[in-house]
Design a protein around this ligand. Structure first.
Ligand code: NI
Ligand code: MN
Length: 226
């Protein structure tokens, strides 16, 4: 599976020819100046929660591409109010079979208000189970014992976990999370974008390696095969 990093917690993956984008926050990410959001293609946009650093390009990207927006019920209701009608509401614990594979919504311990003060529903992570591989996109979350459930549902090929600390897990908790989810290939996200979450990347990689894990930190705009 090919995965492209758009900075912060935003990625693109392609599964069965379907282009899937996560948490688009590009225009307002100073580190992602090299990415032209107007050239990103999407058939689906998965949104973990309503914070600005996960949705700032959501409405414009969905409107231009016609992509289906998948997220918590209240979040998709809000998106629909912005004029985007192609939405799929879900909620924690539920799964759905899409044309590229099955996605299960899992617990994320975080908050989820929208920038205009609207209630955005529960924050969520997504577990993707597809013929081309399985992965977990945790969204913004603390380390939680709920993660121990994930190996019951899927054997993971890789996972995207936050490592920036302050608002989410940091490196040390992400290493414990990797053990909980029984996955040794972790793609780091939610780091370096703003002052509160700047990290020492070399130290982070050293800690993962010492724990017998691989931390992948693709450059913004880089595509890697997993
Ligand atoms: Ni957040
Ligand atoms: Mn965030």
């Amino acid at each position: 599976m090919k995965l492209t990093y758009y900075g912060h917690s935003s990625f693109g993956v392609e599964i069965k020819g379907r282009k899937i984008v996560f948490d688009p926050f590009i225009t307002h990410n100073e580190l992602a100046r090299s990415i032209d959001v107007n050239r990103i293609e999407a058939d689906y946009i998965f949104v973990s929660h309503g914070h600005g650093d996960h949705i700032s390009d959501l409405v414009t990207l969905a409107a231009r591409t016609g992509a289906k927006v998948v997220g918590a019920f209240e979040l998709t209701e809000w998106v629909a109010k912005q004029g985007v009608s192609n939405v799929h509401p879900m909620n924690t614990g539920g799964k759905w079979q899409f044309d590229f594979g099955t996605v299960k919504c899992v617990v994320a311990h975080h908050s989820g208000g929208l920038p205009d003060g609207s209630y955005g529903g529960n924050p969520m992570g997504f577990l993707f189970m597809t013929g081309e591989g399985n992965f977990y996109y945790s969204g913004d979350t603390a380390l939680t014992f709920d993660m121990e459930l994930i190996p019951r549902w899927a054997k993971l090929d890789f996972a995207m976990l936050p490592i920036g600390d302050n608002f989410t897990m940091g490196v040390d908790d992400a290493i414990i999370a990797a053990e909980f989810i029984e996955c040794n290939r972790i793609v780091g996200m939610h780091y370096d974008t703003f002052g509160y979450i700047k990290i020492d990347k070399e130290e982070a990689s050293r800690k993962f390696t010492a724990a017998g894990l691989t931390l992948l930190l693709p450059a913004i705009g880089e595509t890697i095969s997993l």
